[in-house]
Ligand binder design. Structure first.
Ligand code: SAH
Ligand code: SF4
Ligand code: F3S
Length: 478
């Protein structure tokens, strides 16, 4: 029997925000025989928006579809299934998806049997899922972040039973293991170490769209990294919305993020990165683990959001400016030359000009190697969406612009310290604009361009840096 989707489930933000202590179940993926050939001779086109978490999910969605016989196409016109894995973090992220859905309507007109699907974080919001259904009633498939594991059944119901599927769960979340993964990159891999977020920063939708914080078992993670190393991968990035909370939910284990780093430090994988850290939970033990060096890369992305204590409190970030500065001082002492990047939100409701000034002085004080900067975007259902915000659009843009100017000044400075140095670069491929120029990243996560040939792609090479720019370094192979 297939599911009766009329009873299933549209999401509820109210349900999604609850943390009721539901037991986390570990579900092991198995593909039922009857689903294996559903995608034979069919092509899918998958487009991903949002964070690395979504990129990692998309690699699983591709893995499942290919196990069902589908093949991938980059050409939307020849696709039998177009699927958007979406992000809800800011209004413009959602607008892009609405725009894309509008744009592909023409293909559906030309080919009515084309299946259009939307998954990821947008469907987890009730307002958005309703808006999606209203504006694009011909969407055939909507599912959320908690039920990728059921994709084979959805695809079967659509392609074999010709039934539209809307199925989004507002649950605390389970952990799915053993889903096949089609990795995008031949040498760099994402490794989820945990899912969800329990921080509830007042502006943020993620705790609602991704469920509660839940950690994978260390042995599953270590096994995955070991096998990646055996397959010749050179870099893994450990993923979680707040990796420093890793392990807190693993009862009776007393095993945290620093323990994981220490264990992974012993494995023969050349590079380990992680994202994202949270300043409150970023602790001495993690600093100690980072100081081991070796395969733990000297780069930390630690979003600070604001340099002002009142604003940080309103954001529910649970640390002060001084605490952040103290931790970064310690880190810089323990890992000399480490590069530190961050995220900022400007024009948070009621942020005054003076309070914004504290954000600028924090950039001068920490001298970040780079920062992602955003204008606050109200997300329906989050507390901050109801806070009065009297700033005009021009004032918001002006703050963003002034912050970017200061941030860019330090990005250049952060790059300049590598002029004349010899650095190791993991070569990604040719630069988009210049066909003979290779591009890749250093341990400090700096982008380097240099002249070289194709055989170097996917290897780690030594490059001497000749000149620093704001966004990249230029060097020569040594
Ligand atoms: N879990 C990570 C990343 C969250 S999303 C963390 O805690 O840092 C990435 C960034 O998007 C955040 O760091 C924040 O700067 C920004 N962001 C999140 N919600 C936002 C909102 N409503 N408006 C503007 N920026 C937002
Ligand atoms: Fe959002 Fe805060 Fe969680 Fe990051 S830590 S995902 S900003 S709620
Ligand atoms: Fe976006 Fe969801 Fe990631 S809202 S930032 S895709 S967790």
């Amino acid at each position: 029997m297939s599911k009766d989707y009329s009873k299933y489930f549209t999401p509820s933000l109210n349900q999604a925000r609850k943390r009721r202590g539901e037991k986390v179940e570990i579900i092991r993926f198995r593909l039922d025989e009857k689903y294996r050939a559903v995608g034979e001779d069919k092509k899918y086109h998958l487009k991903t928006f949002g964070c690395q978490g979504n990129l990692a999910d998309s690699e699983r969605i591709s893995g499942i579809l290919e196990a069902m016989g589908f093949s991938e196409t980059l050409n939307e016109k020849e696709a039998d299934l177009i699927l958007f894995n979406t992000c809800a973090i800011r209004e413009n992220a959602e607008n892009r998806v609405f725009g894309e859905l509008g744009r592909i309507q023409q293909y559906k007109k030309e080919k009515p049997e084309l299946v259009i699907g939307v998954c990821g974080c947008m469907p987890q919001e009730e307002i958005t899922v309703n808006a999606l259904k209203k504006r694009f009633p011909n969407i055939d498939l909507i599912f959320g972040t908690h039920n990728i594991i059921d994709l084979p059944a959805y695809i079967f119901d659509i392609f074999v039973r010709h039934q539209a599927v809307v199925d989004v769960w507002s649950i605390e979340g389970n952990i799915a293991e053993e889903i096949p993964i089609k990795r995008e990159h031949a040498k760099k891999a994402w490794v989820n170490i945990m899912y969800g977020c329990d921080e509830f920063c007042t502006y943020c939708i993620v705790p609602y769209t991704r469920g509660k914080e839940r950690s994978r078992f260390p042995e599953e993670i270590i096994k995955e990294v070991k096998s990646l190393a055996e397959e010749g991968y050179l870099e893994v990035t450990l993923l979680g919305q707040n990796v420093n909370a890793y392990g807190k939910d693993l009862e009776g284990r007393n095993y945290g993020f620093a323990d994981l780093l220490k264990d992974l430090n012993k494995l023969p994988i050349p590079r380990i990165r992680f994202t994202t850290s949270h300043p409150r939970d970023f602790d001495d033990a993690t600093i100690e683990a980072m100081a081991l060096g070796g395969n733990i890369m000297p780069h930390l992305h630690l979003p600070v959001q604001s340099g002002n204590d009142r604003v940080l409190k309103k954001m529910n970030r649970k640390y002060t400016r001084d605490e952040y500065i103290t931790k970064m001082k310690k880190l810089k002492e323990a890992v000399p030359g480490i590069s530190i990047t961050t995220d900022f939100i400007v024009a948070f409701p009621s942020e005054t000009e003076e309070e914004f000034g504290d954000t600028l002085t924090l950039v001068h004080e920490i001298q970040f190697d780079g920062a992602f900067t955003f204008i606050f975007s109200p997300r329906a259902g989050t507390p901050a969406a109801t806070y009065p915000n009297t700033l005009t659009a021009a004032e918001k843009k002006d703050r963003l612009h002034r912050l970017n100017q200061v941030v860019n000044q330090y990005s250049l400075l952060g790059n300049k310290r590598f002029e004349g140095a010899i650095v190791e670069v993991l070569v990604e491929g040719f630069s988009k604009n210049k066909p003979d120029v290779l591009t890749g990243y250093t341990p400090h996560n700096k982008l380097v361009n240099f002249v070289g040939d194709e055989s170097l792609i996917g290897t780690i090479v030594k490059v001497k840096i000749e000149k620093a720019f704001s966004w990249h370094l230029r060097g020569v192979l040594v």
